[in-house]
Ligand binder design. Sequence first.
Ligand code: ACM
Ligand code: ZN
Length: 791
Amino acid sequence: MVLWGVDVRSGARRITLVARPRVSRPHTARAWAGAAMLVVLGATPRAHAQASALLPRPASMVFAVGEAPFAVSARVVVETPANASAAMRAVAQQFAATLRRRTGAVVAVGANATGPATTARIVIDSSVSSNNVSSSKAEAYELLVKADVIVVSASSSAGVRWGLNTLLQLLTRSAGTSTGTPVRWTVPALRIAEAPRYAWRGSMIDVGRHLLTVRDIERHIDLLSQYKMNVLHWHLTDDQGWRIEIPRYPRLTSVGAWRRESDGTRYGGFYTQAQIRGLVRYADARGITIVPEIEIPGHSSAAIAAYPHLGCTNDTIPVPSSWGVFADVYCAGKEETFTFLFNVLDDVMALFPSPLIHVGGDEVPKDRWKACADCQAVMRREGLANEEELQSWFMRRVATHVATRGRRIIGWDEVLEGPYVPNGVVQSWRDASMTRKAVTRGFPVIASPSEVTYLNRSAGELSMRDVYAFDPMPSGLDAAQRSRVMGGEVPLWSEHITSGANLDLMALPRLLAFAEVLWSGSGGDYAEFARRVDQVHVPALRAKGYAVGPNSESLVTMSIGFDTVAQRARLRLPFVAPGLVIRASTDGTKPTGASAVARDGALLSASQTTRLQAFWGAQAVREERRVDVLRHAGVGARVTAAPVVDARYPGTGAFGLADGLRGSSDHGDGLWQGWWVPEVTLSSALPRGTPGARVEVRFLQNVRSWILLPRTVDISFSADSVTWSSPVSLTNDVPLTREGAIIHVYSARAPSAMAVRYVRVVARGGLLPAEHPGAGQPAWIFADEIQVFRR
Ligand code: ACM
Ligand code: ZN
């Protein structure tokens, strides 16, 4: 670290006295006070580099002048205090196991453990006072390394863990030589004393959308522990899957854990109670609390698919296989809903010792409650003015039950839309103003504003530098309000995270920036941080088998273009992250790690579906991309639109409506063209006369994305662009209430005698319906192709 006078790259041996005051934000000034002055001498250059690469950066680190390093000898003893708690002894045992594995030394643990005189001593001292410490101070430790002994002092097992964890980062290996000098492990003589800036340092993983294996989750826990994070928020239920075994409700996992994908395959799975107990133990042994989340009352389609009476309509619904927000939520008017939720939460609390239980509360559409006699009856009975108050009442009932078991709830920031439970915790997500809102209303808050913490967003959108600039603490708060900011979390929503390698690639390296902000405070020197990451931590993580993504680019930049010369669709892959390979299949099967490699510039065959998938080794990364290429007589036609297409949705460009490429259910897939106007006219000049043409025009509807199918589409034909057939007028009968993406084809036949050269399509859009957030405004019109067939 340059700040400390040692250049990591050169590792030059020199004597340096650095006294460089930092310009810090007020809350970080104290943490940095000790780091401003540092004497470097005696330690080897390798050890300097290693110590200077510590991550999170320590608040205070002072090398001992002239003192030899501590050498790990063939025998090491880790001395625990006579009155050490079981937790502290477990921390020592785990450290000993790691030290044994790393160095090959024989490591004994115990109170007054003794050994031969050549034994190296690592002493755990817990006699320091723990009185009146704030919760983050409860994790404080001091690490003193001398030539003959290492002392880790802390009042709690957590503090001991972080001190020993620092010690492991400091272990420096000197290579053996050809003349037979053995490998030596040393730790530079120094003193580090610190406590985390924030007590809540979390990562959130979502297994509702895509599953992770138990081993994937363990590896993520290892990562959190290594970087002194302490919470794994486990999002266990969502619309697309229920993932926790609850024996008294078997359909949750026999039905609610499985969905039918658009290609007909079945996707799903869940974690058994035994697996969950194992993971809770695994996490606990590494200083990580697993905080379970059961989503209430929204994002609950999977549970309602399993038990339809939990919804307002009692209708049987499928477990959805698309992403978004769904109308079916738990009915607030039926007592069975609460019986179910209390039973589920009792099982959850039996499995997870976490004092805080997350119960969701985000993104709850109120459509069903407004139309439900039971819900409306509760509102009258309880004197609730609207459905927002009904949600508050719902959450309060849940919180009251959780409190009877001695626990408290966490809710996403929508819980601030009405009265919240007095001892509830808020997790801000919509933006940073929600952090401020929570603390000014008196609630403790976990800050995870989506714009700077959602690691499911690509590093192209949210770079490591952006994450490093995150400050959980809003400005201008008073001391009491500031004390309510518990810390933060990085959520990893898994709509597009399909495997453990994919999780790594989204988390790393950006998680390291977040870990440092939460432990050391924000306002660090980014360039210096990035050097530690790039030069030391990324290579070390890769050596441990973690997949590490780019600092500031998306994993893959892929698009499909239309080559006007070849009159064919062409794959564009301007960027693929190192280590990833794009593979393709055209025989209808899912691509595997052995399928053909797809390269930038490849032409796609007509009349075929190409399935493209990124792989890290054998693990799929992101969802597959399917490209349907259709041969028809309109491919290569010149299409003009009035008005011109919206710049945000240009499709593949000038030939976007005549490129033979079919858009998917995702309006942002780069194949759909969009207009935010009440009416659009598309005029197509075909490459050649087509006798007796049949035209099919594809339009999209996705009500929640403000896209409606045209109310009417008029299609007319001409051989010479002067004389036109009378328009065929088509109306749309797809109801506006249908959820999700719907692709509808409007079809017309030209007069049989005409050799059609020109086609005109006039699409008239609708207004967004009542109940829609944009009610009364024009909807978007989305089209992807004017298909022309000879009949
Ligand atoms: C959220 O991202 N809906 C909490
Ligand atoms: Zn209801």
